[in-house]
Design a protein around this ligand. Structure first.
Ligand SMILES: [Fe+2]
Ligand SMILES: [Fe+2]
Length: 475
């Protein structure tokens, strides 16, 4: 087992001390990162002792070590999965060549762009979530929030390591810029729009970690197939952490629904006004939040037709989800894929070269995966004897990127006039009053074992601790 050396300033399993120039460059970046964490990390939290997991090795047995940690002292480190002997480029025009241990000159600009774009999402989500600790519905939830936050910080480290190690001066400049952009900033925003939206309340947080961290999963899976081996190994390890983020989202929404169902059954009503008077989140509001987060997140996959996507694939930089499990030729020349298009006022399918449609392929795989959790939420409703069912909206609903951005489509897939869209919007997306209501429920609950009224306790605690464990200690 390859244990990580925590005595070093920057914990790592990449033999950082064997490359003094790189070590110095990263140690130079480190104070900037800590300043950023101080300014933009979880508000008011520096003295809390938080029951966190830290990776002590990248093996399945060792990467989740639990203990109380003050977050500024969390050991953000650089961990890559072990190299796979004889690994090859598994797709595109270089298929069959040995995987690259260094950046191929001709793909340098594209690789840097891919790494910077991924890297930028990591600190962005910490910024989006920085006020949520003030309104955590329990210590358990507060701890989960902070766990997600420190790991997103580590994901930033993962990308900055690649930039410093493989991209020289440009890479260092990109590393600095990652600490300068700010989520939602008018002058210097984060690169992707979903990461400039607000995450103002815990329902948004759970939807974000369910839907948007799942985008992270799919991007990381595609990059874990990369012919550039250090990127592949970095992303493989990040995926082990990502799974917990999606768990936080899925179980969080599930507990919201469960609590609402309890009150619906007690009061024998599905009237949103009565349920709101009883302090829980009515299911139509949950659906509107779902619609928002789903539609904003699927935009992250980019334009449906994209020559960049073709270039990234052809050149072996970014594969498909589970590339190596697929049984086709992994070159895709001459293959086709069906996209949605608009023709004579109707949504129709249109065939385009597969290589140009790879953003859409990844988006479709994502949509299939994200429906799994929605089906599990519906089982909570079914078990409670409640008729309401949650659904993912139509792919064309509320899109801002690609062909579908040009049309107005209802959640059930009907093409709409601008007027119909405006008239329906408050039924389909969280309205100002929905958001104000959800905000009104937010208030910090800090007694161990106590949970806010609008959410059910989890069925099990973290690391098999009880649900009334003191997950956060305040000093
Ligand atoms: Fe991440
Ligand atoms: Fe994440």
């Amino acid at each position: 087992m390859s244990t990580i050396n925590y005595a070093e300033k920057i914990p790592n399993n990449v033999d950082l001390s064997g490359d003094k120039t790189l070590q110095r460059a990263l140690e130079h970046w480190q104070p900037g990162f800590l300043n950023w964490w101080q300014d933009m990390g979880p508000e008011g939290s520096p003295n809390y002792d938080v029951y966190l997991r830290t990776a002590v090795s990248v093996d399945p047995s060792g990467w989740a070590h639990f203990d109380y940690v003050k977050m500024p002292d969390y050991r953000w480190g650089i961990f890559l999965n072990q190299a796979e002997a004889g690994r090859q480029v598994n797709f595109g025009e270089h298929k069959g060549e040995a995987a690259w241990q260094d950046v191929p000159g001709e793909h340098r600009a594209n690789l840097r762009r891919i790494i910077v774009t991924q890297g930028d999402t990591e600190p962005a989500s910490v910024e989006q979530q920085r006020h949520l600790g003030l309104t955590a519905p329990s210590l358990y939830d507060m701890r989960n929030l902070f766990q997600v936050n420190v790991e997103e910080g580590r994901h930033l480290w993962a990308m900055v390591y690649l930039l410093h190690r493989y991209f020289g001066r440009d890479g260092r400049e990109e590393g600095d810029a990652l600490l300068q952009r700010r989520s939602g900033d008018a002058d210097n925003p984060r690169i992707l729009q979903a990461f400039n939206e607000k995450t103002p309340d815990w329902l948004s947080f759970f939807m974000f970690t369910y839907f948007t961290d799942r985008d992270g999963k799919f991007q990381l899976c595609a990059l874990a197939e990369s012919g550039f081996d250090p990127l592949a190994r970095t992303c493989r390890f990040m995926l082990t952490e990502e799974a917990h983020h999606m768990f936080v989202g899925e179980s969080g929404v599930s507990r919201v629904i469960q609590r609402t169902c309890e009150v619906m059954n007690q009061l024998k009503t599905d009237d949103p006004a009565q349920l709101r008077a009883a302090g829980v989140i009515d299911l139509p509001t949950v659906q509107r939040y779902l619609n928002f987060h789903f539609s904003v997140t699927i935009d992250l996959f980019g334009a449906d037709e994209s020559s960049n996507a073709a270039i990234f694939y052809n050149s072996g930089l970014k594969g498909r989800f589970e590339e190596t499990k697929r049984t086709d030729d992994h070159r895709l020349q001459g293959d086709a894929y069906r996209l949605l298009a608009v023709q004579d006022g109707a949504l129709v399918e249109r065939e385009v070269p597969m290589l140009n449609a790879l953003n859409e392929v990844l988006r479709d795989d994502y949509i299939t995966d994200s429906r799994g959790g929605v089906a599990r939420w519906n089982r909570v409703l079914e078990k409670a004897g409640v008729d309401f069912r949650l659904t993912t909206p139509h792919k064309a609903f509320n899109r801002k990127i690609g062909t579908l951005a040009k049309v107005r489509v209802s959640p059930d897939g009907k093409l709409l006039s601008e007027q119909e869209w405006n008239a329906g919007m408050d039924q389909w997306l969280p309205s100002a009053s929905d958001r104000a209501y959800v905000a009104s429920l937010m208030g910090r609950v800090v007694a161990p074992g106590k949970y806010a009224n609008w959410i059910a306790p989890p069925s099990v605690g973290i690391n098999r601790q009880p649900v009334d464990f003191e997950y956060v200690r305040f000093n």
